[in-house]
Design a protein around this ligand. Sequence first.
Ligand code: UDX
Length: 430
Amino acid sequence: MNILVIGTGYVGTTTALVFAEMGWNVTGLDTDAQKIQQLEKGVLYFYEPGLEELLRKHLGTGQIRFTTNKDKAIQEHEAIFICVGTPSRPDGGADMRYVKQVAEDIGQTMNGYKLVITKSTVPVGTQEQVTGWIQAVQKGSFPFDVASNPEFLREGKALEDALNPDRVIIGTNSKRAENLLRTLYRSIKCPIVVTAPRTAELIKYASNAFLATKISYMNELARLCDQLGVNIIEVANGIGLDPRIGTSFLQAGIGYGGSCFPKDVSALIFAAKQNHIELSILGKVVNVNQTQPLYLLDKARERLKSFANKKVAVLGLAFKPDTDDMREAPALRIIDRLLSEQAKVYAYDPVAKLPADVQYESVASCMALEDAVQGADAVFLCTEWPVFQKVDWTKMKGIMNRPNLFDGRNLLDSDEMNAIGFFYQGIGYE
Ligand code: UDX
């Protein structure tokens, strides 16, 4: 069976390469000719550890190829993964225009049985919608199935997650589709959960929203910890050992960002509202997350009195380590607010770079961490890049104007920083 992946964005490219790695022949299709040309040359346009090597390997083995010729690609492949974007609309719902376009392309062009699989995170009911969109434009009466197969990989750990998933969810009522998908995943060792399509679609949202809830819960609890003089890291360790709670996703900080959590939580709230259900807990999850970067700023303002004309170093721009992705990154919220309060902002990230646009023209983008920290009145640590732990902080204190360190990820050792002579403030941790 040949696999076609439509949409060579982050999820699509990873999906295509992982199936190639599993031994399948895969084609990546995109309407963006420039993207396709780059991929054909073995160049990724985003940063993800290990992925470019895999791209070059499978361009070499011939197991992956790329094209912009959609009609030919659709006709030549039986299994078609839809991996196009589903961006947020202003009302919080998901914009389905790209998925609809792909469904119509498939419907108009298909020449035999097709298994169409949605990998993009899509609202509950999309499987039925895609089926309808294909049927509406079909020219012949070719059989097809539409299945939901949500992706759970994390940025920065995409390969590890995609090759060793905790579970594979297959949402379909068709035995033929189920069997084909089981075949595609035969080399993966993990539970395969087969559900109705709507269930699979909801599992994806419910999973991301639950994880976001864990984070916001810890973040709000951290505010209480600050008042009580309790260490949130120790609280997380103490509660996490209860297997009903689990140790992961209990790290307090300046909040979650990225392309998934903020968008998916909003989309779930929106979908519930349309069904006359208020997911009130998730409303609070969003609220805590939106105010969390400002919480650290308030702490810093208390200390500095005002940000006006102060030099502030922002270390870490990406929404998390091992990615250059700054979508919904808390660091950007912090920079926006610092700029509006007339601070002089110096930014450094090992990989991510601020866009060269009007909004950030007054921010100094530094090539080295030391350049950002030199003469600073405060350092904000916004991403837990491991290299920040290896920095010579004694030396950094020496070159700062005032040794104020606001650790938005509780990354550094507070005792060590205090011993060096920093005023150190984490989140629920000092
Ligand atoms: C997430 C889901 O984990 C993944 O399953 C889904 O497919 C896509 O969305 P991703 O956005 O890549 O993946 O990153 P993740 O590692 O989950 O982190 C999301 C955000 O939460 C980051 O901003 C991170 O800093 C934050 N986070 C995570 C915390 O603040 N505390 C934690 O304990 C864990």
